[in-house]
Write a protein that binds this ligand. Structure first.
Ligand code: SAM
Length: 249
């Protein structure tokens, strides 16, 4: 049985062939941990020319995606899935801003539909009466929702049990616990006179874990202090941060 199903509605299905045909997502598909179906919205286009967009009422530049193909496509996917209550997520710069918490939320779903917008966007009736959630990948404008869908699928899929080599690698990642990840090193031990920190070669796991935790906190304080407020920290760690801030002060 497949772990999770994602249906993606797009006007540009070919855009997905690269990102999902390699690496971790491909492996997850091959191992039936995930099933990703790319649906060409034009298949539900109107009339002989399979029209999917039209001019905006009231005038203005650009085209707007018509409601009929989107409603019919979502209804067909729901019918095929046997569930009328699938989450329908619209990719839009006006949605809640994607982060690791939302990735975990999506990874807990059995199935969901992603709608990739294009042109000036979609008819508002789709947003009001078909869509159940709206997600943005940041405060900037992309030409279409496809790249946003790829980002979201990639971030959610790597959180599914069994997708990564070891569960721990996702748990330590930046943002998993609200902190940035500690610095990583690999061989050689010395490169152009630059040495790997001694503690990492000590073989003392408790010391290494302590060093990494401190690194993580210091990095977050330096690069993303805004994250610290919500991070999972002990009272000693919070005290250490206050002292560091006072010292810098
Ligand atoms: N006129 C729209 C607005 O101002 O809200 C933007 C339309 S944009 C050119 C076309 C499509 O790209 C959107 O419908 C959406 O699906 C996608 N898109 C653009 N920026 C995005 C972002 N930051 N996050 C998610 N999707 C985005």
């Amino acid at each position: 049985m497949v772990g999770m199903h994602i249906d993606i509605l797009t006007l540009f299905p070919n855009m997905f062939s690269g990102p999902f045909a390699d690496s971790i997502v491909k492996r997850a598909i091959d191992r039936d941990l995930i099933d990703i179906k790319i649906h060409n919205l034009r298949d539900w286009g109107q009339g002989k020319h399979k029209v999917v967009d039209d001019y905006p009422f009231g005038g203005g530049t650009g085209m707007v995606m018509k409601p009929e193909p989107l409603f019919e496509a979502v209804e067909a996917i729901k019918e095929d899935s046997g569930s009328l209550y699938l989450p329908v997520i619209l990719l839009t710069p006006q949605g809640r801003v994607f982060n690791q918490r939302i990735a975990a939320e999506l990874a807990a779903l059995e199935r969901f539909i992603l709608i990739c917008g294009h042109y000036e966007g979609i008819d508002e009736r789709v947003r009001e009466h078909l869509v159940t959630d709206e997600i943005s990948i940041g405060d900037y404008i992309l030409t279409g929702g496809e790249i946003a869908a790829m980002v979201i699928v990639d971030a959610a899929v790597r959180l599914l049990p069994g997708v990564l080599g070891s569960e721990d690698s996702a748990a330590d990642d930046s943002h998993a616990s609200g902190l940035l990840e500690y610095s990583q090193y690999t061989r050689p031990q010395a490169y152009r006179g630059l040495e790997v920190p001694e503690v990492l070669l000590s073989g003392n796991h408790a010391r290494i874990a302590k060093w990494r935790r401190e690194q993580s906190i210091m990095r977050t304080l330096k690069r993303r202090p805004d994250l610290l407020e919500k991070a999972n920290l002990s009272s000693e760690e919070r005290e250490m941060i206050s002292e560091l801030i006072t010292e810098k002060g």
